[in-house]
Design a protein around this ligand. Structure first.
Ligand code: ZN
Length: 214
């Protein structure tokens, strides 16, 4: 079963993908991980991707699609896989469909993790991270015992740049301009299912499981 998880940064799709992977064994494919491993292994596509990244340019869709195609053919993807964070644009979605069709495969379902911007801003901008041990906190939802101090290791907590409000708003603007239309693309193929990503993680997972088993 080939699933696409779609949603803005902070919607929890990556976390949920990990849970589905743990339960069903379908690998979670992230283009960032695939790029890193192709570059580390010095594959042809990896070297090609690196030549763009070294110039500070975006890796072309054709290279990313090539990486996914290689990955999809590995044995662990045979029963299915989850694309997390790809496609991000309609041209990528079209290229993905073409590539899968050549392999006699297709996307089975796209799950949209739906959540209002205001909720994302409060979720993400409240995050605090321990740089020493990686523990994460939230100023409202999961505050440490002592403000600004990690419960686990006693180091100071920081707000990462990615969690600052102006950075979040910029990422959301890109999401609404480029990625939100991808939901419409899959909806026109009748493959789109929406999840209320405001709900607690266990409830989101419950809904996700019922979507997958239907
Ligand atoms: Zn810590």
């Amino acid at each position: 079963m080939i699933l696409v998880f779609l949603g803005p940064p902070g919607s929890g799709k990556g976390t949920q993908a990990k849970k589905v992977t743990a339960e069903r064994g379908w690998p979670q494919l992230s283009t960032g991980d695939m790029l890193r491993s192709a570059i580390a292994n010095g594959t042809k596509l990896g070297l090609e991707a690196k030549s763009f990244m070294d110039r500070g340019a975006l890796v072309p869709d054709a290279v990313v699609i090539g990486l996914i195609a290689e990955r999809v053919l590995s044995p662990d993807c045979k029963a299915g896989f989850i694309l997390d964070g790809f496609p991000r644009t309609i041209p990528q979605a079209e290229a993905l469909d073409l590539m899968l069709a050549e392999l006699s495969q297709k996307v089975f379902m796209t799950v949209l993790f739906d959540i209002p911007d205001s909720e994302l801003v409060s979720r993400l901008s409240g995050r605090r991270t321990c740089l020493k041990c990686g523990a994460m906190y939230h100023v409202v939802a999961a505050s440490p015992k002592v403000e600004g101090i990690c419960d686990a290791c006693g180091a100071g907590l920081v707000q990462r740049d990615d969690d600052k409000e102006d950075v979040i708003l910029k990422r959301l603007a890109v999401y609404h301009a480029q990625t939100a239309p991808v939901a419409g693309y899959y909806d026109s193929q009748r493959k789109l299912r929406k999840l209320d990503a405001r709900l607690p993680q266990t409830e989101v997972l419950g809904h996700l499981k019922s979507l997958i088993s239907n």
